[in-house]
Design a protein around this ligand. Sequence first.
Ligand code: MIC
Ligand code: SF4
Length: 641
Amino acid sequence: MNITEKLIASHLVSGEMKAGEEIAIRIDQTLTQDSTGTMAYLQFEALGVPRVKTKRSVAYIDHNTLQAGFENADDHKYIQTVTKKHGIHFSRPGNGICHQVHLERFSRPGETLLGSDSHTPTCGAVGMLAIGAGGLDVAVAMGGGAYHVLMPKVTRVLLKGALPPMVAAKDIILAVLKKLSVKGGVGRVMEYQGEGVATLSVPERATITNMGAELGATTSVFPSDEVTKQFFEAQGRLADWSPLEADADARYDETVEIDLSALVPLAACPHSPDNVAPISELAGKKVNQVAIGSCTNSSLADMMKVAAILKGRTVAENVSLVIAPGSRQVLTMLAQNGALADMTAAGARILESACGPCIGMGQAPATDAVSLRTFNRNFFGRSGTKSAEVYLVSPETAAASAVTGVITDPRDLPAVDTIRPEKFLVNDNMVAAPAAEGEEVEVVRGPNIKPFPLGKALPDTVSGELLLKVGDNITTDHIMPSTAALLPFRSNIPHLAEYCLTPCDPDFPKRAQEKQGGFVLGGTNYGQGSSREHAALAPLYLGVKGVLAKSFARIHAANLVNNGILPLQLCDEADYEALEQGEALTIENARAQVEAAVAGTPVVLKTAAGREIRTQLNISDRQAAMLLAGGLLNATREQAK
Ligand code: MIC
Ligand code: SF4
């Protein structure tokens, strides 16, 4: 077996391990962050389970830390109290970005992790099966329920050779993205193999598994080897380590080769992580902002390289350089070893250990600015400035460009070393343990926490207007934007809904409400990007009944079904061209059609002119029950009756 198969086989609850079949797996650990967590815990409460049934569940506060009003702080308080009550550990604000802290302190080779954040696969760096999902799926897993997913194909990414100096792990994943595109990983686990693996430290592997999310992959995984062992030892957690590797005769569905020694520094150009070009082609372009951090590139080793490049130099006058170390462990170690002083002496602006500018919480670039970021997503508008050009680069490229003021190939500067600390500074005092007697904890709910919308049982006739037609690769940042102004409202769907799909059409929310809902039409890979369930809840609130698309991203499709919205994949792509915004669409005998869709029978929609549009639902029995009941929560309640 390969590593993926071993991880799945040891957690399989039901289903057949045949690519494309629905399987159910047992979840050992969960993580949530605050911007999806409030909703996930409201849903967990609705399930009525007194204490989590996982081995370890952790709630992080890392996204909404701006606190421009009371809303964020109220959410933090709610999450702190609800987790204390129900047996969940609580990583307090300032302790760091969920994926960085989870990797450092809680990851375990051989275990499964389900997180309400699309970058949960980060922990695949140590041989975990770590998957991102919607908040409701995570709530169910906390309650002891299995996680359902399609058995993935397994792609072997064969790493050959070793990286040249000043070429980074980021350049490896950018090279994979260039090769495979933002849809290249859909339905697959990317399993890293080959001689190059042993040359990469755990944080370098984590950069790669983290950004595997941008391939659309179910997850990415590395073996757990001697390098992993050393990382656990340095984290004072040797007891949590165990080896995991593929059998010598393991089989893979496909193989992609990357020769590390031939790689050069790369950048993902605006506005997609797969729009990759060599830095040499961009060199000399004037830069206005450099932002270093995020769950992709904020490890101690990354920060030490940045500090070494900045040491004794000054940030160029035309550049604003911001740095957010990924965790309090990283920040404290930088403070203790003097690297932080090298950064500030050069003129870096230090941000707290949180997501910050990566999710548009501050540091929006100036009009038409060129912003170089070590992050993982450069979707249109995500930085908070629509006219900004955001490039995704390695920490080396970012730091080199910050001091020169133009996009710079880091190989033009003297090489800096990568460190592998023998001992990390361990202090878990910012992780609050749950209460032994949860019943006694009072859950505090602020006024911004509104009830979430619930779907209704599917009627026999589903009809409505085609409210909006959009193109390929529509992201959840288009469907439910997350700017500093909107992120505080993650527990207030009525407010968020006013911004639903507005980057595509500012009038969409108004039109959807006037027409009492209807359908949306997308191109390929509709809903790529984040795991945010709000990209289903806001359309649900606006009355969207179904989304037609050429294809869907995995997590978003699951979120639609979980909330009772039909993800209808066009059988004939020509229908995409033919359908026009404003057309009336009807699904007759919808309930019977959804039941028949489990066996692969197309669901047929009719236009006003009587033309038939054939679509596939790609659902299991379990999902059909959800769609009929109007979502997962309704279906769970019906089963409990
Ligand atoms: C992101 O990077 O887009 C986020 C913000 O972390 C999201 C989660 C969210 O929208 O809250 C993700 O990746 O799932
Ligand atoms: Fe946070 Fe950005 Fe990572 Fe999402 S991608 S978890 S916003 S740092």
